[in-house]
Design a protein around this ligand. Structure first.
Ligand SMILES: [Zn+2]
Length: 410
């Protein structure tokens, strides 16, 4: 079991890296060809910038994936996990206390591990290609707030979870699931008011005419928009986006200020029609319900498997605490579910096609949506030449050239 697990773990890691390398090579070979769908929008000079940006980003991604994969592998299979487990047992006395200390230590370690990579991404890769707008002060303030927030949230949730495990040993999987589901529902309601303001400044959209058009468009789709907001995304990055939030019938529309400066009103409305499609076709609801159902299965499997005698042997240990066993099971699950990645991606792409078609039916905006997509890829320097296999495996959105082609024929 031990060696089979190591082999599977290493296999998945090598496969991810091989996929990324394949994608890079494809771009090196085809990156200078202007796709016919983008003729006139993307010129050869822009393609050279896209190629350089994709290459820098992908290389950093591969280095981070390889480093974190090897470090995690060493921690799992070569002793540090057992050492860490004993250390936590020596400093905390109660079951819940040990569990919380174990989890918080991991959150902190992974936050610290990711910091240099995210620093390099912002201040070297993004800066080199003109996207970074963040000061170092803002970067570190974001990191401190983000890490602090996850320590508090994870601390509270894991305290509750480990307490439930101890209090209700025969049925904790159900209670832990109920508690997590309740908290995550509550978070979707309060996050716009409590968490987003920690990072962004939202204010009502300053362009009254556009705000009116956004409301009218949404009403036509049967969605009542309470607030149309613009967010100061340009303080951090020049990348652009727009989204809807809120559950039920009342929504907020959030537009990045960077999007407002790059696009015409017609293009912005076309992008929002697409986002409305996700709501009207219940993509968000179905996805939320599916994730709740999946997490119920995960909780039950964890409940059944966590005390199985084979678990410590998977990482070559003779004994492991409850939280350490959960970590081993999580690593096993990530290896076993890797082959399912393309299913999730295909599901997401299916939703994107549906939202595009909905936008065209709602607002008759095929040309505006096509030109908005073209502008988004041009301004964000998106890779226009993904390897077909890579796109099938990972892409949550259909390649932009395919979407534009479909819109031209709509
Ligand atoms: Zn979409």
């Amino acid at each position: 079991m031990f060696f089979a697990f190591i082999a599977a773990y290493a296999g998945v890691l090598s496969l991810t890296l091989a996929f990324a390398a394949l994608n890079l090579r494809h771009q090196r070979e085809h990156g200078r060809e202007v796709p016919s769908e983008l003729a006139g929008v993307v010129e050869p000079e822009r393609l050279a910038r896209i190629e350089a940006y994709t290459r820098d980003g992908a290389r950093l991604g591969m280095i981070e994936r390889a480093t974190s994969g090897v470090v995690t592998g060493v921690c799992l299979f070569a002793g540090p996990l057992v050492f860490y487990d004993r250390f936590i047992e020596s400093i905390a006395t109660t079951f819940a206390g040990r569990g919380v200390a174990f989890v918080l230590g991991l959150v902190l370690l992974s936050g610290i591990f990711g910091l240099p990579f995210s620093y390099y991404r912002s201040f070297v890769v993004e800066a080199r290609h003109g996207f970074n707008r963040m000061s170092r002060g803002l970067f570190f303030a974001d990191w401190l707030k983000g890490t602090g927030l996850s320590l508090v949230l994870v601390g509270l949730l894991s305290a509750l979870a480990f307490w439930l495990v101890r209090a209700l040993p025969g049925s904790w999987w159900l209670w832990v699931w109920l508690a997590f589901t309740g908290v995550s529902l509550a978070l979707t309601f309060v996050a716009p008011y409590v968490i987003e303001p920690l990072f962004f400044r939202m204010e009502p959209l300053k362009i009254d005419a556009l705000a009116g058009e956004v409301r009218a468009l949404a009403e036509r789709a049967g969605v009542h928009v309470r607030r149309v907001l613009q967010v100061d995304a340009s303080r951090r990055s020049a990348h652009s986006n727009a989204y809807f939030t809120g559950l039920g019938r009342v929504k907020r529309v959030v537009l990045f200020d960077t999007l407002l400066s790059q696009m015409s009103h017609g293009e912005i409305l076309a992008v929002l029609s697409h986002e409305l499609g996700h709501w009207k076709k219940h993509h968000v609801l179905v996805r939320t319900l599916a994730s709740f159902a999946l997490s119920l299965v995960v909780a039950y499997v964890a409940f059944r498997a966590v005390s199985a005698p084979f678990v410590p042997g998977l990482v070559g240990a003779s004994a492991l605490s409850f939280p350490a066993r959960l970590v081993v099971l999580a690593a096993l699950a990530s290896v076993l579910t890797f082959p399912l990645t393309p299913l999730g991606a295909a599901w997401s792409r299916h939703d994107e096609w549906q939202a595009d078609r909905f936008a065209v039916e709602l607002a008759d905006c095929a040309p505006a949506l096509a030109s908005a997509l073209a502008k988004l890829s041009r301004e964000n320097l998106s890779n226009l030449h993904p390897h077909p296999l890579y796109a099938k495996f990972y892409y949550s959105h259909p390649p932009v050239t395919e979407r534009i082609r479909a819109l031209r024929h709509a």
